[in-house]
Design a protein around this ligand. Sequence first.
Ligand code: DX5
Ligand code: ZN
Length: 216
Amino acid sequence: MSHLIAPSILAADFANLQRDIEMINQSEADWFHIDVMDGVFVPNISFGMPVISAIKKHATKKMDVHLMIVNPDKFIVDFKKVGADLLTVHYEACPHLHRTIQAIRAEEMQAGVSLNPHTPVSVLEDVIQDLDLVLIMSVNPGFGGQSFIENTYKKVIQLRDLINKSGSKAVIEIDGGVNNINCPKLVAAGADVLVAGSFVFKSENPIETIKELKGF
Ligand code: DX5
Ligand code: ZN
């Protein structure tokens, strides 16, 4: 498949959220990337259920919800209710990761697991078969607008190898500092989905920027 682009709503103008959602609807973007931060797992708070419900009302594309929270199991049913299609939890926040993945699937959502920059790909060996997506963080989670960590390329190659060997159908998503320089290199390394926040929303013409990222 050709790669997908998932603009991160975290970088949108929250006072003009409907306008920015319509922009993504009209663009060549594939998914909405929605970052939930709790101020505990990461040193920042973003938004929760009411805002996700409001996004869902207007969004015409897949809702890719990235949970940067402790105890995600507590809220799996609620995230389904507000419209998540794909729910990604952090490996570092889930002591019973296998159970968490099954609980997401039981709610008929796709299941993803995210790895912080310091977490090796090999920790997923025994769950890779059960995953629809692996999200490799290419910055430390918590904030938009940070610089891309170059070690990410190596992890993409390792993860592609693990997926091929295991026969898993998981797609590889990259999140943090994605721009027009690293996007083509990430795609060449084996990435399937690129999240882009600041690079899209801070650009002069977000529709054209999405088209550029999609074109690599
Ligand atoms: C960071 C979030 C990212 C963030 C990406 O913790 O998970 O999705 O919004 O933003 P940029 O593209 O600006 O790094
Ligand atoms: Zn994210």
